[in-house]
Structures are given as C-alpha cells and as structure tokens.
Design a protein around this ligand. Sequence first.
Ligand code: RTP
Ligand code: MG
Length: 145
Amino acid sequence: AAPAAPAVERTLVLVKPDGVRRGLVGEVLRRLEAKGYTLVALDLRVPDAELLRAHYAEHEGKPFFGPLVEFMGSGPVAAVVVEGQRVIEAFRAMAGATDPTAAAPGTIRGDLGRDWGTAATQNIVHGSDSPASAQREIALWFPHL
Ligand code: RTP
Ligand code: MG
C-alpha cells in the first residue's frame, strides 16, 4: 500500500523577548513564509507568569526555570501558529540547537544567536517539540483556536 500522506500539522512558534528587542520578528516570519508554511494566527503580548509557568511546566524544578520565566516575561513575545505538513519537525530544524553558540550556521539560533552571559539562555525562538506539545501550547496561547 502507498504510505499515508502526512497530515497537516500546526505548531506554536514564539519569538522570545530577545528576538523582539533585536528586531528579528520579521526575519523569523520571513524564513517560515519563504519555506512555504502558512501563518494562521499572530499576536504580540507580554505573557504573564501564570501562562509562562504552564507553558514551561515540564521544566519546573530545574535550576533554569525561574530565570527562564523571568526572561520570557521581560518584554513582548510574538506568538505565531504555523501550519503545514511536518511543520513541527521543520521548525525545530530551522531553529537549531537550544544553545545558540552550538547551533549550526543556517539555523535561526546559529545565524542570529549568541551567548550574552545572561542567567537564562536567550535563543530567539521557541518551537513546539511534538504534536501533543503543539496542541497543548496552542490551547494555552490561543484559547480561541
Ligand atoms: P524551546 O522549548 O524554547 O523551543 O527550546 P528547546 O526545546 O530547544 O529547549 P528546552 O530544553 O525545551 O528549554 C526551554 C528553554 O529553556 C532555556 N534553557 N536554559 N541549561 C539551561 O540553562 C537551559 N536549558 C534550557 C532555553 O531558553 C530553552 O529554549
Ligand atoms: Mg522545548
């Protein structure tokens, strides 16, 4: 039998406060659009601690959790829902490794990020890491979708 066609997926992309402050929202959206994905929702807001603690619940108790929530609430975040076949996997590849110093050139973090010596790792973007995470995160950031 022929392999099943991949289903259309949605992922949550965040341009984090460092990316917004550095004027990289357009660059991140440009890369997504240039690769052929569809933007289905866009919002710029300063997220409150309740949303951030829920978003990063898997990291609760880790030493970087407090600095991460503080950093993520330090300014506007651009939240974007992006759609297309295998977009979750694609955006993880486009973002690159978590550590921007180690992230491969060609990726968003590898091309545009660096270590600034801050308590929280500033790495420009977030992307959901699985279909279950994407569904959970989109419901948190865009309850009307
Ligand atoms: P994201 O969730 O933001 O897309 O990033 P990721 O999957 O690559 O990284 P994850 O392990 O989920 O961690 C979430 C965010 O927490 C900060 N972090 N700091 N050891 C550390 O200091 C450390 N580890 C993670 C980063 O901002 C990371 O993106
Ligand atoms: Mg993650």
